[in-house]
Design a protein around this ligand. Structure first.
Ligand SMILES: [Zn+2]
Length: 491
């Protein structure tokens, strides 16, 4: 059609959008849904937020490659979600996801953790030339299969064992395939500025677009570093480096509880880590105290999910509260729960600052990412007390930070959720409402939109979102989930 004349088209359904905001479907720039989508493709908590496309494979962890030690390390996560299928490569995973289908579109990065563990396991040893070559080949295969770039998680094993030159070499390979480099940096607190410098050095030497995941200043003693972070990024931009970031609109972080352990604890994989938690408690405790340096810190770490029934009561409670209730010292409490749950414990860390959050959200190069896996309100993903960002991030930005606080204006905020992430991750014909583009759409009431999920009660739907369409198919209609699964894998 050359003109706007649509009179020959007979619509199956007419949606009245009077007084509502019609905009491109939201792109969640930071998702971790590679496993949960296989367990439950409905992704209801994402759909209810207006998310139509997710960028997955963040923080060094992606669906593939999963070979050898990399696969072994993930067995527990897959079992927990009752996923029986196993795969090694992206083409195998994509075929599986396309067979099961999902409500949202799937984009992925290739996780450095997958690549390194597939080639070299979880050891803290220098890589051999063969291992390095294998890693380059695995990355190249992933990019050819449709990954959009390389992601690292430099606080998690095995990423924690890799140096800058290793990452530069891989980033150069990603660049050859027009990919980007995203990173959960080596530090988000005490060594934050050094970590930002590392990202910029990688951008310089690999000539690649770099993207900092969940930009934050973690820990009170580091809150004053934000200006220095902005200055470094500004200076990099002036030198022609392309650098962007994402952020979720909350001041508490969420990750695996064992992230509090020192790096040597992870060496050799899960079973070795568990042995150390049983046998090397003294040394672990000393290193943890040195690393955190804040004896009141345990009040600010809350357990959000465990597997066993006997520890369910801990969900939603801080480590210090659990320690008092069980009459055990807090380190003992920490080690015991990790051992009893075989490391499968998620936690919330109250470590950030509201003013800094607003300053970060305002930066024009910061997009919105939930940093969550997809969940539904019943079924295998409806467990524990996961971080509310998986249920409320996008409505919270639009309700709280646009309408109530005026931190951003509506247009700015929407661009951070649509056009800008589409550009950063190279997503074609989405992120804008235009002729010839896919009909991923969100229709919401800007006066009503707000998140309702709480830390102690996260499984709550946001308000104000009326309709969500993915590839032209309604997944939310008149506020009701339709159960349709029109999502595609975008390669
Ligand atoms: Zn991360």
């Amino acid at each position: 059609m050359e003109t706007g004349d649509l009179s020959h088209i007979r619509a199956e359904k007419v949606i009245d959008v009077q007084g509502l905001c019609v905009c491109p479907g939201f792109i969640d720039a930071h998702a971790h849904s590679e496993f949960t989508l296989l367990a439950d493709g409905r992704a209801e908590a994402k759909v209810c937020q207006g998310i139509t496309t997710e960028i997955n494979g963040n923080c060094g962890l992606s669906a593939a490659p999963l070979l050898g030690a990399a696969m072994e390390q993930r067995e527990k996560d897959l079992d927990e979600l009752d996923i029986r299928e196993r795969w090694n490569t992206f083409p195998e995973y994509f075929a599986l996801l396309e067979g099961k289908r999902s409500s949202v579109n799937f984009v992925t990065l290739a996780g450095h953790g997958n690549i390194r563990a597939s080639a070299a396991g979880y050891t803290d040893k220098p890589l051999s030339d063969t291992q390095k070559e294998n890693m380059l080949e695995l990355l190249s295969d992933a990019m050819k299969a449709g990954a959009k770039g390389l992601s690292t998680g430099l606080i998690y094993p095995p990423g924690i064992y890799s140096g800058t030159p290793e990452i530069i070499e891989l980033a150069r390979e990603a660049k050859k395939h027009n990919g980007i480099y995203t990173t959960h940096m080596r530090s988000e607190g005490d060594m934050l500025l050094e970590a930002v410098d590392e990202v910029i050095a990688i951008a310089d030497q690999a000539g690649i677009h770099v993207h900092i995941s969940h930009l934050k200043t973690g820990g009170e003693r580091n809150w004053n570093k934000l200006n220095d972070v902005f200055e470094r990024i500004g200076a990099a931009h002036e030198r022609g480096i392309s650098l962007t970031c994402d952020r979720y609109p909350y001041i508490a972080a969420g990750t695996d509880l064992d992230a509090v352990l020192p790096s040597w604890a992870f060496e050799g994989g899960r079973s070795r880590e568990l042995e150390r938690l049983k046998n090397e408690r003294q040394r672990l405790a000393e290193d943890i105290s040195r690393k955190s340096g804040d004896p009141s810190g345990w009040e600010r770490i809350m357990i959000s999910s465990v597997n066993s029934d006997r520890n369910k009561w801990m969900e939603g409670k801080s480590l210090s509260a659990i320690s008092s209730a069980s009459g055990k010292p807090v380190m003992e409490t920490l080690f015991d729960v990790l051992v009893e749950e075989e490391l499968q414990v998620s936690a919330i860390f109250y470590s950030m600052n509201e003013d800094n959050l607003k300053l970060i959200l305002k930066r024009p190069y910061v997009v919105i990412g939930s940093d969550s896996s997809s969940r539904s309100f019943d079924g295998p993903t409806a467990k524990g007390k996961p971080h509310p960002r998986g249920f409320g991030s996008f409505p919270r930005v639009l309700g709280r930070y646009v309408r109530e606080e005026g931190t951003l204006d509506l247009g700015e905020a929407l661009y951070k959720m649509t056009g800008l992430p589409a550009k950063i991750f190279g997503i074609q014909r989405r992120g804008t409402v235009a002729k010839g583009f896919f009909a991923d759409l969100v229709i919401f009431d800007p006066e009503q939109i707000i998140d309702r999920a709480e830390f102690n009660d996260p499984f709550r739907r946001p308000e104000g979102i009326r309709h969500v369409l993915v590839n032209g198919v309604p997944v939310l209609l008149d506020g009701e989930l339709t159960g349709a699964l029109p999502g595609r894998v975008l390669k």
